[in-house]
Design a binder for this molecule. Structure first.
Ligand code: ADP
Length: 199
């Protein structure tokens, strides 16, 4: 379980200060599909960055299974980001000139969770990417790229997937497919999706 307590984030100081989050509090389950919806500038990305351990909080706590991640030592935070969290971005963040398989392998190398060929094969199958394995990312459609991004997040087998407007660049049919994949993933993991609208 994840408990968010009195979470605040202020960027800048004095008259340049921007209060992006003010005393936010709620609880997230261990698994399931959670949407955080709000208009642009309401603090959704800020929240996702804090939950993913990518930025410092100004005030408050993020308790992950009872442990406040805001107080972790640098190497503990690295472990949290590497093993607990998987992130999917709107703009995919892939190596466009490299192949699908290499993009997935690089993600598993960075996370220090060396995936074997069987694990990669199962994942490619699950995401319907098997016949695109050797294709360059730049040759793929938007939906296929987002499935590669999901594969990169899943290969390290994280407990939680954070997705920042994952269908923002996709048409509505492809968006539905991506949501169905994330819904499937959410049967076993916590999937937190931020969106300015719900498809
Ligand atoms: P959303 O994701 O809902 O569009 P953000 O979390 O990106 O909202 O932004 C919330 C507020 O914080 C906005 O006013 C934005 O301008 C501000 N903000 C976000 N990131 C920074 C930053 N790095 N420095 C200063 N202000 C920022």
């Amino acid at each position: 379980m994840i408990e968010i307590k009195n979470l605040s984030k202020t960027y800048g100081k004095n008259k340049n200060a921007v209060k992006a989050l003010r005393d936010v509090g709620f609880t997230l389950p261990d698994k399931g599909f959670v949407f955080i919806v709000g208009k642009s500038g309401s603090g959704k990305s800020t929240f996702l960055n804090l939950l993913g351990g990518l930025d410092d909080v100004s005030k408050g706590e993020i308790l992950v299974n009872g442990e406040n991640i805001c107080k972790l030592k640098p190497h503990e935070l690295d472990n949290y980001r590497n093993y607990f969290v998987g992130i999917i971005y709107q703009h995919f963040n892939l190596f466009e000139e490299d192949s699908v398989i290499n993009n997935i392998k690089i993600a598993s190398d960075i996370a220090e969770h060396k995936a074997n060929d069987d694990e990669i094969s199962i994942l490619l199958d699950k995401l319907d990417l098997k016949d695109k394995k050797e294709s360059l990312v730049r040759e793929l459609s938007g939906g296929q790229k987002q499935r590669v991004a999901i594969a990169r997040a899943l290969i390290k087998n994280p407990n939680m997937i954070l997705a920042d407007e994952p269908t923002g660049n996709l048409d509505s049919k492809t968006s539905k497919l991506i949501f169905n994949i994330l819904k499937e993933v959410s049967k076993e993991k916590l999937v937190v999706v931020i969106s300015h609208d719900v498809n």
